[in-house]
Design a protein around this ligand. Structure first.
Ligand code: T4K
Length: 367
C-alpha cells in the first residue's frame, strides 16, 4: 500500500534492521517452527506483559479460539454476542457447538449481562463474550452468572491486548481468553494469536491440539490441528513488543485529538474509558444518530471515501444476518446490537497517523 489513501489501520512494524538481527539466529539454527526458541521467548515475555498465569501461542487468533473451545470439551449451546467479527461465531460452530446470541450493552457494546440468564437452557455449556474494541465486558457480572449455572467463560479478547482493569490483565478473567496478533492489531506477529489460561490441564490440552494431538513420537491422543506459531512470526512479536508502549502512546495522543473534535457533539456517541481501565486505543468506534445529524453513517462513510479515507463498518452486518446464519437466526432478537451495527463507523487509528489527518477526518465528518 504505497498510496496516499488512509485506511482504518496500518500495521506496526519494527525497523527492518531490528527484525533482520532478530531472525539471524534462525538462519544459523534452521529451526523454523514447532515451538522453537523464539516461540519460547515470546510466550515468556507475553506472560509478563499481559499479567497472566500462562500464554499458549497459535498461528492466528481464530484457531486459538477454536482449539480453546475444544480443549474444554464443550458440548451444546454457547451464549455469545452478534456484535463481533465473523471469527467468534465461526469458532463456536466449527467446534460442533451452537451459538445463542445475546444482546449488547448500549454503552460498552459488549455482552449485556442482564440478558444472559433468559438465554440459558439445559444445553448451555459456556459463555463467549467479546471485549469489543478493547472495551472490557462486565466480567464480574458475567462470571457470577457462569458460576451460578456451572458454565465456562472463554473471552474473545482479540481487541484487548494490553488492556488492564484495576491493574489486572484483560487475559486473566474467566476460564481462558483469546488474543489476536493479526497484522491489523495493536500488537502483531504478522498473523498470530494466544490463549491465556490458569489451569495447567487446559495448557497441556492446548499444546497437543495445536500440534495434531501428538503427545510423543508414538502417541497421538487428540484429533488436533496444525495451529503452531512459527519462528519468524515469534521474532516479529519479540521486536514489536519492544516498541509497544510507544505505539500505544501514539495511539492515545491521536485518540485524544479525535475526542477534542467529536466529544459533546449532539448525534455523535463515543466510547468512554472508565477511570480504572488502562486502554490500548485499538479502535475508534463512533455511533452516528441520523435523526440528530441529518445524515446517516453510510453518508459519512461515503464522504470519507470520496477523500480516500477508508473507515470501516466494524461490526456490520450482525453475525445473525450473514448468509451462512440468516436461515437459523433473526437479528431482531438483539435490538441494541442492531441499532449500533446500523450506525457505527470505526475511524482510522494507528500509530503512524498524523494529527493533521485526524483534523481532516473530523472536519469531513462535521461539515
Ligand atoms: N475475534 C475478533 C473479535 C476479531 O476481531 C478477530 C479478528 C478474530 C477474533 C480473529 O483473529 P485472527 O484469526 O484474525 O487473528 C481484519 C483482520 O483480518 C482481523 O484479524 C480482525 N479481527 C478484523 C476486525 O479486521 P478485515 O477483513 O477487515 O481486514 P483487511 O484486510 O480489510 O484490513 C483492514 C485494513 O488494515 C486494511 O484496509 C489495511 C490494513 N492492513 C491490512 C493488512 C492485512 C495493513 O496495514 N496491513 C496488513 O497486512 O479483517
Amino acid at each position: 500500500m504505497s498510496d496516499n489513501n488512509i485506511y482504518v489501520t496500518r500495521s506496526s512494524i519494527p525497523p527492518m534492521e531490528e527484525y533482520i538481527e532478530e531472525i539471524s539466529s534462525i538462519f544459523d539454527s534452521h529451526l523454523l517452527t514447532n515451538m522453537g526458541p523464539k516461540h519460547h521467548t515470546l510466550s515468556n515475555e507475553l506472560t509478563r506483559y499481559l499479567k497472566v498465569d500462562n500464554v499458549s501461542l497459535f498461528s492466528n487468533g481464530h484457531m486459538a479460539l477454536e482449539l480453546c473451545l475444544q480443549a474444554f470439551g464443550l458440548e451444546g449451546e454457547v451464549i455469545t454476542t452478534p456484535f463481533t467479527f465473523a471469527s467468534t461465531a465461526h469458532a463456536i460452530v466449527r467446534s460442533g457447538l451452537t451459538p445463542v446470541f445475546c444482546d449488547i450493552d448500549p454503552v460498552t457494546y459488549t455482552m449485556d449481562p442482564s440478558k444472559i440468564e433468559a438465554l440459558i437452557t439445559d444445553k448451555t455449556c459456556a459463555i463467549v463474550p467479546v471485549h469489543v474494541y478493547g472495551n472490557l465486558c462486565d466480567t464480574d457480572a458475567i462470571e457470577e452468572i457462569a458460576k451460578k449455572h456451572g458454565l465456562k467463560v472463554i473471552y474473545d479478547a482479540a481487541h484487548a491486548f494490553g488492556v488492564c482493569k484495576a491493574g489486572k490483565g484483560a487475559g486473566s478473567f474467566g476460564d481462558a481468553s483469546m488474543f489476536s496478533f493479526h497484522a491489523t492489531k495493536v500488537f502483531n506477529t504478522i498473523e498470530g494469536g494466544a490463549i491465556c489460561y490458569s489451569d495447567d490441564k487446559i495448557g497441556e490440552k492446548l499444546y497437543r491440539l495445536r500440534n495434531f494431538g501428538i503427545l510423543d513420537q508414538e502417541t497421538v491422543s487428540d484429533v488436533g490441528a496444525n495451529a503452531k506459531m512459527n519462528e519468524f512470526q515469534a521474532a516479529m512479536g519479540i521486536c514489536n513488543l519492544r516498541h509497544i508502549e510507544e505505539e500505544i502512546g501514539k495511539r492515545k495522543a491521536l485518540y485524544e485529538r479525535y475526542m477534542s473534535h467529536l466529544r459533546n457533539i449532539p448525534g455523535i456517541t463515543l466510547c468512554n474509558i472508565p477511570d480504572d481501565v488502562t486502554h490500548n486505543y485499538a479502535y475508534l468506534p463512533v455511533v452516528f444518530d441520523e435523526n440528530v445529524l441529518n445524515k446517516t453513517r453510510d453518508t459519512i462513510f461515503a464522504d470519507l471515501a470520496q477523500e480516500n479515507i477508508f473507515a470501516r463498518k466494524y461490526f456490520y452486518p450482525l453475525v445473525q444476518d450473514y448468509d451462512c446464519y440468516k436461515d437459523k437466526y433473526n437479528s431482531d432478537s438483539t435490538p441494541v446490537a442492531q441499532y449500533v451495527a446500523n450506525r457505527v463507523l470505526t475511524l482510522p487509528l494507528y500509530a503512524d497517523l498524523s494529527m493533521e489527518d485526524v483534523d481532516r477526518i473530523c472536519k469531513i465528518i462535521l461539515k
